[in-house]
Design a protein. Sequence first.
Length: 249
Amino acid sequence: MNKRTLLLVAHGSSEFKGDNPVIQLAETLSKRNLFDNIIHAFLHQQPLLKDVLSQIQTQELCVIPMFSGYGYITSELIPKALDQVSSEIRVRIFDPIGTHSEIPNILAKQALSIVEKNSLKPKEVSVLIVGHGHTKNSKNANQTIMLARSVQKVIHGANVDTAFIEEPPLISNWAQNTTTKYLIVLPYLVGGGLHTQEDIPIMLGLVSGNYSKEPFSGPHYIQGHTIWYCRPYGFDGSLADIILKIVSK
């Protein structure tokens, strides 16, 4: 029996086609040899969480929810699923990865790399942090707004705002809400699945596609603006170290 197992739990999608940062993270962490076993599971694609949990044999199970913030999934669904784990296993479930204090720095770094590579002046740039949002639950929107404030402190001069897939201000209204020529779009999503492949690009006026192969896509010229669209922060190389910091507490 393994002494310590690390489990990364993500949303997943049966329709998503592209690189999955959670799978990549599990592989990266496995090479560190700090856990006896490192596994991943999804809610909507293989391997399913319920199946993975039914096979776990370990003394201690550390669970990292690979989500941007708190909500029904992280507060109720995952904890309830963990009830099926043997009472002899010590289960430790941590805060969602997106709530960690270093995430704003990752997003700010994404934006600043574009500013520097293109010799842009921060005051000429708008940064749009896009989240999922939900008309019946304000948690995700509030967390995204708080994140934007933290990013604003790192990116001096640039205007940082938020928009959402499912609630106002909608991403599709970006043009009327953007006052600068240059716009950098940062998904506040770990992987995003179809949200980052289809929903967000189409709402921006881009075509659907796999935007995760490179750190960012652009420049794109749309409605008189120059846009760069960044991939989800789940692909950032520092996430492995962040996860290890979390579980070491």
